[in-house]
Design a protein around this ligand. Structure first.
Ligand code: HEC
Ligand code: HEC
Length: 249
């Protein structure tokens, strides 16, 4: 009798495990790649990515990795920024996480882009999602695309979209309100891009454009510095960003 109920229990557990595996498999299958072929036929390939890799693809756009390293990390944005297509095979999980958290040291040449320090800005979980995404070969994931920039609606509108697309919002907060912690920096937070202090110090468009272009290194990792965007953002994009910032009083 005792034997029988043990056996029944074992069967019940096995059935439950099979159901759970089925559900997980179903969920994973629902993140599929979208591939558009020439001739405007949209097909869905059989390449499947896990929810973690899909989350990494979203983070890759949210934190503007794609703006420097190219869509799907394919490069082509600037000769100073490498493609990320091979690095997933060359480096370990912990090496990749360290690069994202700590950067690679600011460039010896301050007129070039460098890999920013993200540790204080990106959560541990998102860093691990990003690493999974890079190691999976940076596949296309449905809906994980950079924010579109509206054309023909004026510089400030374009600038508002660029503020999100280029990831400024992650460090300077929505509407430039600031408040993002940077614990080891002198101010303990990343500065706001609105308010009286900002307006007094950055009182010309040129001063704002210059600091976005050149970046501003305030210390080594784990301190977060202002990335260098010269060679990444065009003059038109810089003007649009400044026009948007000027709408924030
Ligand atoms: C402002 C531009 C910029 C942004 C934004 C940026 N990177 Fe980088 N990244 C660089 C540059 C430049 C290098 C090369 C640095 C060097 O070799 O010193 C680099 C290097 C790397 C490397 C090492 C590549 C190699 O071949 O060794 C990885 C991995 C990486 N970045 C991941 C990311 C991820 C993930 C994000 C988003 C969270 C990101 N990067 C955002 C500019 C950027
Ligand atoms: C990785 C975080 C990070 C990102 C992304 C970032 N910034 Fe910054 N930014 C900083 C930090 C930190 C400072 C402070 C530098 C200093 O005190 O010298 C700063 C300073 C500035 C300043 C000067 C304000 C001041 O008080 O020093 C401007 C303007 C600015 N950023 C605009 C932008 C724009 C526009 C973008 C998007 C294209 C952007 N930032 C993206 C971290 C970031």
């Amino acid at each position: 009798m005792k034997r029988d109920s043990l056996l029944l229990a074992a069967i019940a557990v096995a059935v439950l495990l099979a159901v759970v595996a089925g559900v997980v498999g179903w969920a994973a299958g629902h993140y599929t790649n979208r591939v558009t072929t020439v001739g405007a036929v949209t097909t869905t390939t059989s390449v499947r990515v896990s929810p973690k890799v899909a989350a990494g693809a979203h983070a890759f756009n949210q934190f503007a990795c794609a703006q420097c390293h190219g869509l799907n990390g394919r490069g082509g944005v600037s000769p100073d920024v490498p493609a990320l297509t091979q690095v997933g095979k060359a480096l370990t999980v912990s090496q990749l996480a360290t690069i994202i958290n700590h950067g690679l040291g600011e460039s010896a040449n301050p007129t070039k882009p460098y890999m920013p320090v993200w540790g204080a800005v990106i959560s541990k979980r998102q860093v691990s999602d990003l690493v999974a995404y890079i190691r999976a070969g940076l596949p296309s994931v449905a809906d994980a695309t950079p924010v579109a920039v509206p054309a023909g609606q004026g510089e400030a509108v374009a600038g508002a979209a660029l503020y999100v697309r280029d990831g400024c919002i992650n460090c300077h907060g929505p509407n430039g309100l600031g408040g993002v912690p940077n614990p080891l920096s002198p101010d303990k937070t990343i500065p706001p891009l609105s308010g009286r202090d900002f307006r007094e110090e950055f009182n010309t468009e040129k001063k704002i454009t210059d600091v976005i272009r050149s970046g501003s290194v305030i210390g080594r990792a784990p301190i977060v510095s202002m990335p260098h965007w010269g060679g990444i953002l065009s003059d038109a994009q810089l003007r649009a960003l400044v026009a948007y910032l000027n709408t924030l009083k």
